[in-house]
Design a protein around this ligand. Structure first.
Ligand code: TYD
Length: 212
């Protein structure tokens, strides 16, 4: 018997929004309902894409122009889709990905100034534009996210880009969520972890007909 197709769920948001914590919580919730889950992240998720991730995140804020960043993240994403995401979905697994193509649309397209049209066209041509079944957007005021992050030390290239860049990132994600209200789940992430995790679990359960 052919296995049922899996689902692709992505988590998006600005710096320090708590995506990795919430991804782990959601994975545990789904596994508790007998679902086979594959946890991954972007840029990254395969050996080659993790090498590209290091190139992207290390160095000064101006090391790469937004166009170079776009080409690097697309190369990483293509490898990730070919070697990991598509095979997992075909095997009926649910893929939970920490950042995905909406990060590119926002960081390179909107905040980086390349424009959504170019980014979407490139992703469509090169990546088949596989859209997530659901995208969970963790929204948080910029100052709060950056403060959480600086508490953890070791800022990446993107964290060094300054507050006005990150304000554009936040506004960009909210714009994408408004444009596709059925695909996006907008979550207020400025609340305690437990509350955020419970809201995500309840809404994912309702969306996919799972036990709450
Ligand atoms: P990461 O440490 O994963 O950030 P966070 O913990 O906040 O999720 O670093 C990923 C960085 O790469 C993040 O600053 C956003 C950036 N990025 C892009 O600019 N474009 C992309 O397509 C992706 C996937 C990430």
């Amino acid at each position: 018997m052919a296995s049922p197709a899996g689902r692709l769920l992505t988590l998006e948001g600005g710096e320090g929004a708590g995506k990795s914590t919430q991804l782990a919580r959601l994975a545990a919730f789904l596994e508790g309902r007998g679902i086979a889950v594959e946890r991954t992240r972007e840029p990254g998720g395969t050996e080659g894409a993790e090498a590209i991730r290091a190139l992207l995140l290390e160095g000064g804020a101006e090391r790469w122009s937004p166009a170079c960043e776009l080409l690097l993240v697309c190369a990483a994403r293509r490898d990730h889709l070919e070697k990991r995401i598509e095979p997992a979905l075909a095997a009926g697994r649910w893929v939970l990905c920490d950042r995905y193509l909406d990060s590119t649309r926002v960081y390179q397209g909107i905040a980086g100034g390349l424009g959504l049209e170019l980014v979407d066209r490139l992703q469509q041509e090169l990546l088949g534009f596989r859209l997530p079944d659901l995208t969970i957007l963790l929204d948080l005021p910029v100052e709060q996210g950056l403060a959480r992050r600086h508490g953890q030390g070791g800022a990446s290239r993107f964290e060094r880009k300054g507050t006005s860049f990150h304000e554009k990132v936040r506004a960009g994600f909210l714009e994408l969520a408004r444009a596709e209200p059925d695909r996006f789940l907008l979550i207020d992430a400025a609340r305690p972890v437990e509350l955020v995790a419970a809201e995500i679990a309840a809404k994912v359960a309702a969306r996919f007909g799972l036990r709450a």
